[in-house]
Design a protein around this ligand. Structure first.
Ligand code: ADE
Ligand code: ZN
Length: 353
């Protein structure tokens, strides 16, 4: 079955919020440190005897008002300072996957930032093994497929990225790819050409943040120099018609994060987000939560608020976004086909009823 056999016009709009919530989907852009809720920050600070500058959860939450990416990263890296032990990383990963499974996420490809933790003396295996254990347990308990993508911090040097990859190699079986995140402006993808080449040679998947705050040229060099398989964010591609055409023609997935984009002032409001333009131009766009504990919601909240703010998005686009998320994932073909089959069945039932 495919989308052409589903009569989307026969699905009443009132059913859209329930469909968005219940449809099976993949989440491809979630920083696990960005799922660290204020309550967990305080609990871990107490468990690990870490002093916090905020007196309570409310005061911390009140500080979550950001003017741009850097203003967010400063508070995000400070929050991650409470993560110390393998158990902490297990708890963090397991809590996220619990929520994801409840939101009908079948597959979550989870970013983690080892350098944020090793810089504080946390052994890299505590990070990798804690998260990998969470993925295993969540799969057994809720049939959600979690996998890990090790991100390099782009404000640091390529040598530091290469040392991080080297340090992670004894635990290679526990992660499926590498990514590139943190402060984008002034840190173009080509700065990491060698370490990405090494990662590819090791058989790892490669993705990179590009075109969130940075220019379309960063998306191009992520594709041409790093040879990434997906672009994280990528929303600034609309500034280059030639790039838009290329992304559509090559079906390069974009992992778009609408609530993040508004919180970090990439767009003034969700109603002005360019997701409809991306889908309309035939790009393989997906919806993701980025850092849900900081940006006002997990994956389904991103879907619900985005569709509410953009009336041109309806059942056809809901289906396309969920289907794109499976297509763009690094899951096994059999798993993708099963999840897409489930998605088709749900939409066929919505038409029939
Ligand atoms: N790290 C966590 N969230 C990020 C984002 N939105 N952009 C770049 N780096 C990040
Ligand atoms: Zn991100």
């Amino acid at each position: 079955m495919n989308s052409t056999t589903i009569d989307f016009d026969r699905i009443p709009c009132e059913r859209l919020p329930a469909l968005l919530r219940t449809m099976p989907k993949a989440e491809l852009h979630i920083h696990i440190e960005g799922s660290l809720e204020p309550e967990m920050i305080f609990a871990l600070a107490q468990r690990n005897h870490v002093a916090l500058v905020y007196p309570n959860v409310e005061a911390l939450r009140a500080a979550y008002a950001f003017s741009d990416l850097q203003s967010f990263l400063d508070i995000y890296y400070a929050g991650a300072g409470v993560l110390r032990t393998e158990q902490d990383f297990f708890d963090l990963g397991f809590a996220y996957l619990n929520r994801a499974a409840a939101e009908n996420v079948r597959c979550a490809e989870i970013f983690f930032d080892p350098q944020t933790h090793t810089a504080r003396g946390v052994p890299i295996q505590h990070v990798v093994l804690g998260l990998a254990h969470a993925c295993r347990r969540a799969h057994a308990e809720w049939d959600v497929h979690g996998s890990l993508i090790l991100c390099f911090l782009r404000h640091l040097s390529e040598d530091e990225a290469a040392a991080t990859l080297q340090a992670a190699l004894p635990w290679r079986e526990h992660f499926i790819g590498v990514g590139l995140d943190s402060s984008e402006r002034g840190h173009p993808p080509e700065k990491f050409a060698h370490v990405f080449a090494q990662a590819r040679a090791l058989g790892l998947h490669v993705v990179a943040h590009a075109g969130e705050e940075g220019p379309p040229a960063y998306i191009e060099s992520a594709l041409d120099v790093l040879k990434v398989e997906r672009i994280d964010h990528g929303v600034r591609c609309v500034e280059s018609p030639a790039l838009m055409q290329r992304l559509a023609g090559e079906r390069v997935p974009l992992t778009v994060c609408p609530l993040s984009n508004v919180k970090l002032r990439v767009f003034d409001a969700l109603s002005g987000h360019n997701l409809p333009t991306l889908l309309g131009a035939g790009l393989c766009a997906t919806i993701n939560s980025d850092d849900p504990a900081y940006f006002g919601g997990y994956l389904n909240q991103n879907f619900i608020e985005t569709f509410a703010a953009l009336p041109s998005l309806g059942p056809r686009e809901a289906y396309a976004l969920a289907r794109n998320s499976f297509e763009a994932s690094f899951a096994k073909p059999d798993d993708k086909a099963r999840w897409i089959g489930e998605l088709d069945a749900l939409f066929m039932r919505a038409v029939a009823s």
